[in-house]
Design a protein around this ligand. Structure first.
Ligand SMILES: *[C@@H]1O[C@H](CO)[C@@H](O)[C@H](O)[C@H]1NC(C)=O
Ligand SMILES: *[C@@H]1O[C@H](CO)[C@@H](O)[C@H](O)[C@H]1NC(C)=O
Ligand SMILES: *[C@@H]1O[C@H](CO)[C@@H](O)[C@H](O)[C@H]1NC(C)=O
Ligand SMILES: *[C@@H]1O[C@H](CO)[C@@H](O)[C@H](O)[C@H]1NC(C)=O
Ligand SMILES: *[C@@H]1O[C@H](CO)[C@@H](O)[C@H](O)[C@H]1NC(C)=O
Ligand SMILES: [Zn+2]
Length: 542
């Protein structure tokens, strides 16, 4: 039995790793000969199996396992994980030793942050030395971030809500709505009469209290006990949608729209992220007089702001947009949206990466419902890469649960979340074979109650076997996080376990560029840029 385990793990490793194949082949031949003659095993068909049997079982005469075998097995597993094949430089080894010490210190604490809800863990993480190091590390690209929650709500409150001509009302769902207008706006259904915020502030005794209330309306983050406040998935998703409604009126105002995106890029840049692929709603942006722009205007604005930000910030590579639409619509609307997406991809081929459907999967329509609309691009021979959210669910066996396989059938370029991937062996194998990376967003999955203790996140398994994956932050401002570092912390300390190390971090950063939508030549450029930042990071921290 032990031998069987040894052989199968060895075979799976050897057939995956060229490096190991050579090593085994060098020492193999005479062992193989002995194995074949000594053992009556069906090894002839597969030389790799034979080599493994020879190596692993020949010494197996005694009943106490050979410590060398044990070591070999451990080494095999370590080399199979994300980053396991990277060779570290001497300097990297020095930093790695420190990195592991820091991780050890995190694991030893009684209030282990990944086991706690992020809202409670945030301050603990923020103060840890490991987090400071992760913030400094060049993390490459953020490939799964939504436009409407990329920027800290503190900035919105302190900067945007202090601008003139802003009206506010309280909805009957105990949320707030906003609109910039040159005169008193038309009343909004299910909302109190509009008040000019400037006037309200003037008449308010405790402005901090008012600002806190505004801030709370725009995020799911809370100082209260999150488990009490959000007892179920339904409740947290409702709060989520309410917060987006509150944000919309603020962010979709033309001057704010630019500033918000610019500020968001600033926050990611400060967190040492060099490139973004933004899931963008492309709303109809409005002006003070109530007139609106079409979605091409929104896209163009993103493009212009990206250009100017990139020009002003050395080491920043840029951003692209994944046009994302709510999955709650019907087929008629979806057909129009896919048309629009094809047009945008045609007109902005270098800036639009592709298309996605978003919103809570468990309540929206499954991908298969839209099969005709989603086939339109390939039917017409047009290129529209997909980046589907799929498997962001724990409803095993439901229609929604099929989204993973359907996303792959539609040749999705990456899988958003893929939380349910472990329960779909075929989807998992396809994703590995085709190099369709999973965009893992640990904090998001915890906040939406798919998992409580992040040590139990499916990413643990995927990272243990170097499945194609990247780490991202989904809706950082909603969760009170920012950039990528908090999610990297959860991945490396939570489901990465004690095994994950500096190579894992490095590999995740490289993955984020390799699995981006950038064409090969641009990826090389981005990687070269990243490598410089990485070398600098290593030198400065050893
Ligand atoms: C608000 O943000 C804009 C754009 O980033 C900036 O120019 C302005 O100085 C900020 N205002 C305040 C009061 O912080
Ligand atoms: C609010 O107070 C400031 C300072 O006292 C004043 O300049 C401004 O006109 C007031 N705004 C409104 C709308 O009352
Ligand atoms: C205003 O409210 C905040 C939050 O409730 C409180 O901490 C602060 O002390 C109050 N300030 C004043 C001047 O009352
Ligand atoms: C689809 O939704 C749109 C917008 O909500 C609506 O106007 C239209 O009637 C719907 N079409 C069908 C066939 O249900
Ligand atoms: C997916 O890719 C396969 C193989 O390249 C192709 O035959 C098929 O038409 C594609 N399907 C869609 C929906 O793009
Ligand atoms: Zn998402």
């Amino acid at each position: 039995m032990v031998c069987y385990v040894l052989v199968t793990s060895c075979v799976s490793l050897v057939s995956r790793s060229e490096q190991y194949k050579h090593r085994f082949v060098e020492t193999g031949p005479q062992l193989l000969h002995t194995a074949l003659t000594d053992m009556d095993l069906p090894v002839g068909r597969h030389p790799v199996t034979a080599l493994c049997i020879a190596l692993c079982c020949l010494w197996g005469g005694e009943s106490m396992p050979d410590p060398k075998h044990r070591e070999a097995l451990m080494e095999m597993e370590a080399s199979m994980q994300t980053g396991g094949q990277l060779v570290m430089s001497d300097k990297e080894k020095v930093l790695n030793a420190r990195f592991l010490q820091m991780k050890q210190a995190e694991v030893m604490r009684p209030d282990f942050p990944p086991a706690m809800h992020f809202f409670k863990a945030r301050e603990l993480i923020k103060e840890s030395p490991l987090f400071s190091l992760l913030r400094k590390a060049p993390k490459g690209a953020a490939l799964h971030v939504h436009d409407l929650s990329m920027t800290a709500v503190e900035w919105l409150v302190k900067n945007v809500t202090y601008r003139p001509d802003l009206y506010m009302c309280s909805s009957d769902t105990q949320s707030l709505r906003f609109i910039f207008c040159s005169q008193i706006p038309q009343p909004l259904a299910r909302c109190s009469p509009w008040v000019l915020l400037e006037k309200l502030r003037n008449a308010t005794v405790n402005v901090t209290e008012l600002d806190d209330r505004i801030m709370r309306s725009m995020t799911v983050f809370t100082d209260q006990d999150p488990e009490t406040l959000y007892p179920t998935q339904d409740v947290v998703w409702e709060r989520f949608e309410e917060a987006f409604m509150a944000l919309r009126g603020l962010v979709n105002f033309a001057p704010v729209f630019r500033d918000y995106y610019y500020q968001g890029l600033r926050e990611f840049y400060a967190d040492n992220v060099m490139y973004l692929e933004l899931r963008a709603v492309l709303p109809e942006v409005y002006e003070l007089d109530g007139s609106t722009h079409d979605i091409t205007w929104s896209l163009k604005t993103y493009q212009e702001v990206t250009r100017s930000f990139t020009a002003d910030h050395p080491g920043f590579f840029g951003a692209r947009v994944i046009f994302s639409f709510h999955r709650h619509v019907n087929s008629t609307v979806m057909a129009r949206v896919v048309e629009e997406a094809m047009k945008l991809k045609r007109d902005f081929p270098d800036f639009v990466a592709g298309f996605d459907l978003m919103g809570r999967e468990d309540q929206g329509r499954p991908l298969w419902y839209f099969r005709h609309e989603l086939s339109m691009p390939s039917d017409r021979g047009l290129l529209l890469p997909f980046y589907f959210h799929a498997g962001e669910t724990n409803l095993e066996g439901s229609d929604v649960d099929q989204n993973l396989l359907d996303a792959l059938l539609f040749n999705t370029s990456r899988i958003g979340h893929g939380f349910a991937l472990l329960r779909h062996p075929v989807a998992k194998e396809l994703s590995r074979k085709r190099g369709v990376a999973v965009e893992i967003c640990p904090i998001s999955n915890q906040v939406t109650k798919l998992v409580d203790d992040l040590r139990n996140h499916p990413g643990a398994v995927l990272m243990a076997e170097d499945h194609p994956l990247v780490i991202s932050s989904d809706d950082p401002a909603m969760f009170g996080s920012s950039g990528l570092s908090y999610d990297f912390y959860e991945a490396l300390v939570g489901f990465g376990g004690l095994r994950s190390n500096l190579r894992t971090l490095k590999s995740l950063a490289i993955n984020s560029i390799r699995y981006s939508s950038l064409p090969a030549a641009q990826q090389e450029k981005a990687l070269a840029m990243w490598q410089k930042q990485w070398d600098k990071f290593i030198s400065e921290n050893t």
